[in-house]
Structure formats: structure tokens, C-alpha cells
Design a protein around this ligand. Structure first.
Ligand SMILES: Cc1cc2nc3c(=O)[nH]c(=O)nc-3n(C[C@H](O)[C@H](O)[C@H](O)COP(=O)(O)OP(=O)(O)OC[C@H]3O[C@@H](n4cnc5c(N)ncnc54)[C@H](O)[C@@H]3O)c2cc1C
Length: 562
């Protein structure tokens, strides 16, 4: 064991939401905490995200009189495991129960620490709400918008969010439907007035993931947590098989720091490591990922090196993207979940055949696309839509009914034709096949039922994130009125979803199921407690926060059941 340069009670690798939750538990228990962050910014992918946390039976739901409880949520998570055939090795009934029991307590704890949270968008159902125990309203929790000025000199250290406005995520989602939602105009006006007022008062708001991480970052700093930036952990230091500290590359040198109560790995996934992607999920591409640069799987490799079991490594939280010319450089690549999920649009493979319910979870959508590609070329697939669509909805973040960007046509991203046959020729798809697919789709719409893939049958398909809840028919609509359009859709992602196997206390396990003493992990550094399925909005950050909370309580000796 090398000599140590310093000692802290609790060392956290990375600055995800679970990192901060764990720091708050430890600081309240009187222990010293060091967070080591590889990049120059706190917050990780979580800061760039929607910041939605999936927490069944959360205190906000119960306060609103919602009928939800642990047993119901457990039935739902168990039903998800059945969906996937073989059980996932990174989850277990005990771990799911631990997550469900602790989730609402973690939310209460954070609120008591001054982190202002609230119930998420009111209509964001579970992604398989039709299954036993599924929820048709929302089990989500989000942060209140956050004034970045509250961070003082640390403001520049928070990773940028994707929506730097004083707006609730629920309202932002409603405003996105501004041509069909009669309230959207008034909401936008209210937001503009709020922005002027904030400017006059010297406030600068952010929302979604940056609001969550801004609030947690501030609470952690106020509680006395030490945070170091550009401090990449390169090694987990062991003594007789237990983790006792870390080696960190900082200020151009190496330091070895002792952790007297444990190390928590919350270092994200490997979405930006193409070699790991090629090994574990061939056919996927780091350039289609919306995840920031620090997500390179360093700690996956390091945990494996010291004997940790990795599981579910072929899983990602897929997120279909349609990358229009110029948008490759966007902070957030344009998503396509609301493109093919809305009325008057479908998705076809390169042979012109429809092959999925375009309304389902984005994780399942991309998994289905990658599976299809093994049989028929389907990466990219084509989003096909018509002028009824373009009159109401956006494509890659823009309304294109008046004048599509010239580059989109010139660079053959957007294909447009007055006829289906002309469109098929343009995208090199068999015209007869595409016509048949669209005729069949229009027949389903006429009958009010997608007899093939049941799009629109579950509540989630029609929610604002996917469909159009402001239309009489939120999911189904004919593709019948020219001009007709096509754009490519690829299986991007918002995270990888596999990693170290942990137990119900957040401790990292070896292949033989034994515990690696001193080592805890949370977030997408771990194999998800959800198994191979994405339960609902927030299925990544909800467990990340909860297991950060659980791990710290265990390491602090507050919950030592296992
Ligand atoms: C646009 C977008 C929207 C999303 N919306 C949601 C949502 O609303 N809800 C949801 O649940 N999920 C959402 N996701 C997915 C979700 O954001 C991620 O799965 C989740 O934030 C991962 O959290 P984490 O705590 O595991 O890691 P992160 O938040 O990424 O934190 C890990 C940190 O570890 C650091 N790190 C890495 N290696 C080292 C090292 N060697 N040493 C020190 N530090 C290191 C990284 O730089 C990073 O800062 C979204 C993702 C995106 C991109």
C-alpha cells in the first residue's frame, strides 16, 4: 500500500446526483467528504439531462392523494423483468425492494437539506403503464428552477444545462406543442415576462438537470464538502482485497488519498468510449450519444481490474436522434422520439417496412432498431411524414412547412416529394413496399387502432414527450397529404446502462457474490436496478440518487442491515 498524501472519510469519484446525495448524508453524520471530478465541471450527464427522477410513491404523489405504494411499484418492476426473457444479472428482488423503500426517504432527506424538489410533469406515465403496477399519471420528481447566481463564484463550475430558462419542465413540454396547445402562447408570454423580471433583479435561472445539480452542488458546498476539479481518479487503492483509497491525477501529478469509511464510484458510463462500445454494444456510435465528454468508462475498467462483476454491459438508454446538417455540433442532438410518435408520421426500415410501435420508450425504440438492423438494413431508419405533420409539428427542432433549411435538402438530409413513389425513389426504398406500408397505416388510423404494433394503446404513447396530448387523436394520424417527407433516424443514446453489480446497500460485488469491502457504486457506473428495461422517465437518475443515499447511510453506519 503506498503512503497516503491525505485522508478523507468518504471519497466520491465523479459528481453525479448520487455523489451529492451521499455527500449530504455523510456531512450530516459528521464525516469529511471529498468529491473528485475529472472534468472542469460539476454535474456530469445529470446536469445536461432532464433531471427527472423516477421515485414511486414519492411524497409529492402521496400529498396529492395519488394511489401508489411500494407493493404496486414492486409488481411493476417485477413485470418489467418478465418482458426481457432471461433475468438480468445486475438486479434482484432484494435490490429492487431496497430502491423502492429508500427512494421516498431520499427525496424527503434532500428536501430537508434545502434542495427544492416537486412532482414532475403531471402526464408522464411509466413507459409500460399497461403492465401490472404501472402508473398512468407520473411517478417523477424534478427540481424547482434554480438561480445560478446562488452558486456565487462556483457558478462557472456547474455543467451547462440544456434549458437555461425560468420554466418548469412540465410547462416547457407544453410550450413545445405551440401549434396545437391553445395555452402555449400565454405560457410563452409569461416566461418572457419572467425572464425580463429576472434580468432586472440580476437572476439567471436554469431548469431540468442543471437545476437539480445546481441545487445539489450548492447544498453540498454549503454543508462543507470538498470538491476538486480536473481530478481524474486513475486507480482504486486496495489493501488485503478491501478498497482503502484512490489514486488521482491532479495538478499535473499523482496523489494517493485514503478513504477511511469508503469510496463511492459515481463516475458515469462509457458512452464516449468507442472501443468499449464496440466491445459491448457493437453497431452503436459514440457520436450519436448526447452524453458529455467525461463518460469514458474509466471506473468500469478499474472496478473490473480489482475483481468487480460487471453486468448488463450491452445495455444503453437509447434515444433516437435525427441529426440534421449542422446539428452535429449542437449541445444536445435533435431527438426523434416526438417525431415519429406524433400523428401523421411513421418509421420504416430501409426496405420501406414499418417494424415497431414508434410511441414506446426511447430505450426500447433504439433496441428494436438495432435488432431489426441484424435482419434488414435499419440504421438509419426513415421517419416518413406529410404536410399535415409539418403544419403542426417540428422536425429536428424547426418548423419546416414554410421553408425548410436549404442545407437540409442540398445535403440530402430532408427528402421531399409530392408523391409517395417520388419520396421512395429519393430515399432508395422500393416504392411499392413503401406505398403498401403507408396504405396499411392509413387503414389502421381509419379504424382507430394500430392492429400491428398497438401504437397509442398505452397512455405513455400519447403524452407530450412522444405524442400530442392537445390533439383529439394524440398518436394516430394518416400520412396522406403531400408533400411527403423523409429524414433519417439513428439509435443514439443518453447513457450506457450497465456496470458493476451492487447489492442492496450499494456495495460492489465480485463474480462470486462476495462484497468488495470499502467500495460502493451508484448511477450508470452500475448495472441498473431496473435490469435491461427503462421503467419510466427518471429511471436513471432516480436510482442514482437513491443508491448514493443508501450507500452513504450504510458506510456511515446509519443503516447496517446487510
Ligand atoms: C439530454 C439528456 C436528457 C436526459 N434526461 C434524463 C432524465 O430526465 N432522467 C434520467 O433519469 N435520465 C436522463 N438522462 C440520462 C441521465 O442523465 C444519465 O443516465 C445520468 O445522469 C447518469 O448519471 P450518473 O450520476 O451515473 O453520472 P454523471 O451524472 O454523468 O456523473 C458522472 C461524473 O463522473 C465523472 N468522471 C468520469 N470518470 C471519472 C474519473 N476517472 N475520475 C473522476 N471523475 C470521473 C464525469 O466527468 C461525470 O461528471 C438524460 C441524458 C441526457 C444526455
Amino acid at each position: 500500500m503506498p503512503p497516503f498524501d491525505e485522508t478523507f472519510d468518504w471519497i466520491v469519484v465523479g459528481s453525479g446526483a448520487g455523489s451529492f446525495a451521499s455527500a449530504l448524508v455523510m456531512r450530516e453524520a459528521g464525516y469529511s467528504v471529498l468529491i473528485l471530478e475529472k472534468t472542469g465541471f460539476a454535474g456530469g450527464t445529470t446536469a445536461k439531462s432532464g433531471g427527472v427522477m423516477w421515485v414511486p410513491a414519492n411524497p409529492f404523489m402521496l400529498a396529492e392523494g395519488e394511489d401508489d405504494d411500494l407493493a404496486k411499484a414492486e409488481r411493476y418492476l417485477d413485470a418489467l423483468q418478465e418482458l426481457d426473457g432471461a433475468p438480468a444479472s445486475g438486479t434482484s428482488p432484494a435490490k429492487r425492494r431496497a430502491f423502492l423503500e429508500a427512494g421516498p426517504r431520499a427525496v424527503d432527506f434532500l428536501v430537508a437539506q434545502g434542495v427544492a424538489l416537486r412532482r414532475g410533469p403531471e402526464f408522464w406515465p411509466d413507459y409500460y403503464d399497461e403492465l401490472p403496477g404501472g402508473c398512468k399519471t407520473t411517478r417523477t420528481v424534478v427540481a424547482e428552477p434554480f438561480d445560478l447566481k446562488q452558486l456565487g463564484p462556483m457558478q462557472s463550475r456547474l455543467r451547462k444545462g440544456f434549458a437555461e430558462y425560468n420554466v418548469l419542465l412540465a410547462d416547457a413540454m407544453k410550450m413545445g406543442h405551440r401549434r396545437t396547445n391553445p395555452e402555449a402562447g400565454k405560457m410563452m408570454l409569461r416566461m418572457a415576462l419572467r425572464t425580463i423580471k429576472d434580468k432586472l433583479l440580476g437572476r439567471k435561472f436554469t431548469t431540468a438537470g442543471a437545476a437539480l445539480q445546481g441545487r445539489l452542488f450548492k447544498a453540498a458546498i454549503d454543508a462543507g464538502t470538498t470538491i476538486r476539479f480536473e481530478a481524474a481518479v486513475t486507480q482504486l487503492v486496495t489493501d488485503q482485497d478491501a478498497v482503502v483509497g484512490v489514486a488521482v491525477s491532479v495538478d499535473g501529478g499523482q496523489k494517493v488519498i485514503r478513504a477511511s469509511r469508503g469510496v463511492l464510484v459515481n463516475a458515469g458510463g462509457f458512452a464516449k468510449n468507442q472501443a468499449m462500445r464496440d466491445r459491448y454494444m457493437p453497431g452503436t456510435n459514440s457520436e450519436w450519444s448526447l452524453v458529455p465528454e467525461g463518460d469514458t468508462g474509466d471506473l468500469h475498467k478499474e472496478m473490473e481490474r480489482i475483481g468487480a462483476q460487471l453486468a448488463q454491459m450491452d445495455q444503453m438508454v437509447g434515444y433516437q436522434a435525427t441529426i440534421s446538417p449542422g446539428s452535429e455540433a449542437n449541445y444536445v442532438l435533435p431527438g426523434a422520439q416526438g417525431l415519429t410518435g406524433k400523428p401523421h408520421a411513421i418509421l420504416v426500415d430501409q426496405s420501406g417496412v414499418r417494424y415497431m410501435n414508434e410511441g414506446g420508450s426511447y430505450e426500447l425504440y433504439c433496441e428494436t432498431m438495432l435488432k431489426r438492423h441484424r435482419e434488414v438494413p435499419a440504421v438509419p431508419s426513415w421517419a416518413i411524414f406529410d404536410s399535415q405533420y409539418t403544419a403542426k409539428y417540428q422536425v429536428a427542432g424547426q418548423f419546416i412547412d414554410k421553408k425548410p433549411p436549404k442545407r437540409w435538402i442540398e445535403e440530402r438530409y430532408l427528402h421531399k416529394s409530392d408523391s409517395i413513389r417520388g419520396l421512395a425513389h429519393s430515399i432508395d426504398v422500393d416504392p411499392a413496399r413503401l406505398s403498401d406500408t403507408i396504405t396499411q397505416w392509413n387503414g389502421f388510423v381509419a379504424n382507430g387502432e394500430d392492429a400491428q404494433f398497438h401504437r397509442g394503446a398505452r397512455a405513455y404513447d400519447g403524452c407530450g414527450f412522444v405524442g400530442d396530448p392537445f390533439s383529439a387523436e394524440p398518436s394516430l394520424g394518416t400520412v396522406a397529404k403531400g408533400p411527403f417527407y423523409a429524414v433519417p433516424v439513428v439509435p443514439g443514446d443518453v447513457s450506457t446502462y450497465g456496470g458493476a453489480v451492487t447489492d442492496e446497500c450499494g456495495r460492489v460485488l465480485r463474480q462470486d457474490g462476495s462484497v468488495i469491502e470499502g467500495l460502493y457504486a451508484t448511477g450508470v457506473s452500475t448495472a441498473s436496478v431496473m435490469g435491461n428495461v427503462y421503467a419510466g422517465a427518471g429511471a436513471s437518475i432516480g436510482p442514482a440518487v437513491t443508491f448514493g443515499y443508501i450507500a452513504a447511510r450504510h458506510a456511515a453506519g446509519l443503516d447496517n442491515a446487510a
